[in-house]
Design a protein around this ligand. Structure first.
Ligand SMILES: *Cc1c(COP(=O)(O)O)cnc(C)c1O
Length: 373
């Protein structure tokens, strides 16, 4: 029997492991020189835009909403097909989540439906780049400009993804990334926010550390309510090692995605009724390789039968509006039918940089067997 193939696994190289040991011995393990260096390198990658790091991608988005001044009564439009964090941060700042249904092909928020959902109370849009596939960025920012809306890009899955040759994060408004363990590059837990100017960056620093500003040797002042969201130097050391591998990791994922398509062949969809992801090799970083199963098989059944074949299958995501917390706000079944269908049948096949082509072939063979009987 083949070894268990998980759907995701981080690849931390020995150089990074040695660097972490060195940080641990250095006497400085919380936010310090490694965080500064990580932020400097990220900023360089994002075309010189200011970047600040945090201890999660979730708080990164929450802080962006706070910097944008969002709060009570403000509506924020987002997608129901995301990790629940995307909508939770809207509630966290006291604003109102407004969902727009997804596009059945890209599984990302449908920008026509975003436009239709805009009201005089709309203040921001949080698009999500599911599986690291950007939305139509030109159209997104045209809509935002026309209606004077802020954008907080939930690019948690999109490091290394591009739009017309430019890295996601190197343009736009607020862009939030996650470095959680399963993401393309990781700090174990962590995130970063790309901002527009020094003023926003100063606010981000305040929000991440109790609202404190320091001056001179002993000057300390607190004028906003901040929290405790700073990244440690241990995490930043992992991040520096991972960031050095970003291009290699992205290239490997693109290669594996191409191999999935080649192995499944052009008749796979017609033969099984399953839907493959869009073949956007140029922009997508292939954070996930997601298939929407045909209705005749339940996802639970598919996952169990793949597990019997020693293959781990992920699930991203249950529609947010159908969670109890959101139902209590008035959301219910039937409101976002495409998201509900995709959310019921979507699965994530194994996809991580350390995988090899034979793992892809094994996964495809197992999936075809499960779908054909
Ligand atoms: C991972 C993820 C988040 C949350 O990031 P954390 O670092 O786990 O807080 C938010 N949105 C999406 C789409 C994600 O994939």
């Amino acid at each position: 029997m083949n070894k268990f193939l998980p759907f995701s696994r981080p690849s931390i190289d020995e150089v990074t492991i040695a660097a972490v040991a060195e940080t641990l011995r250095s006497g400085w393990i919380t936010s310090g020189p490694k965080v500064q260096e990580f932020e400097r390198q990220l900023s360089e990658y994002f075309g010189g835009r200011p970047v600040r790091t945090f201890n999660s991608g979730t708080c990164t988005m929450e802080i962006a909403l706070r910097i944008a001044g969002l709060g009570h009564g403000d509506e924020v439009i987002t997608t129901p097909i995301s990790w629940v964090a995307t909508a939770n941060v809207i509630l966290e700042v006291g604003a109102i989540p407004v969902f727009a249904d997804v596009d059945p092909v890209t599984r990302n928020i449908d920008l026509d439906k975003v436009e239709a959902a805009i009201t005089p109370c709309t203040k921001a849009i949080i698009p999500v780049y599911l599986a690291g596939k950007p939305v139509d960025m030109d159209r997104l920012y045209k809509i935002a400009a026309r209606h004077k809306l802020r954008v907080v890009e939930d690019a948690a899955q999109a490091i290394g993804a591009t739009w017309q040759g430019k890295p996601i994060g190197s343009f736009g408004d607020f862009v939030s990334f996650s470095f959680q363990a399963n993401k393309n590059i990781t700090t174990s837990e962590g995130g970063c926010l790309v901002l527009n100017n020094a003023e926003e960056a100063a606010l981000a620093e305040k929000y991440r550390l109790q609202g404190v500003t320091r001056s001179g040797y002993d000057g300390i002042e607190v004028d906003v309510l901040g929290g405790k969201f700073n990244m440690t130097d241990i995490a930043a050391t992992i991040g520096l090692g991972q960031f050095a591998q970003l291009n290699v990791i992205t290239a490997q994922r693109r290669k594996l995605a191409r191999h999935y398509f080649a192995t499944l062949g052009k008749d796979f969809e017609a033969q099984t009724g399953a839907q493959l992801p869009p073949t956007d090799f140029e922009n997508t970083n292939w954070h996930l390789f997601q298939v929407v199963l045909p209705e005749r098989i339940t996802r639970a059944d598919f996952m169990a039968r793949m597990k019997d074949k020693n293959i781990g299958i992920g699930y991203h995501y249950a529609p947010i509006h159908l969670f109890k917390l959101y139902r209590a706000l008035g959301f219910k079944e039937g409101m976002f039918p495409i998201a509900e269908r995709v959310g019921r049948q979507i699965v994530s096949l194994p996809m991580f940089a350390a995988m090899c082509e034979s793992d892809v072939e094994r996964t495809c063979a197992a999936m075809c067997e499960v779908l054909k009987n």
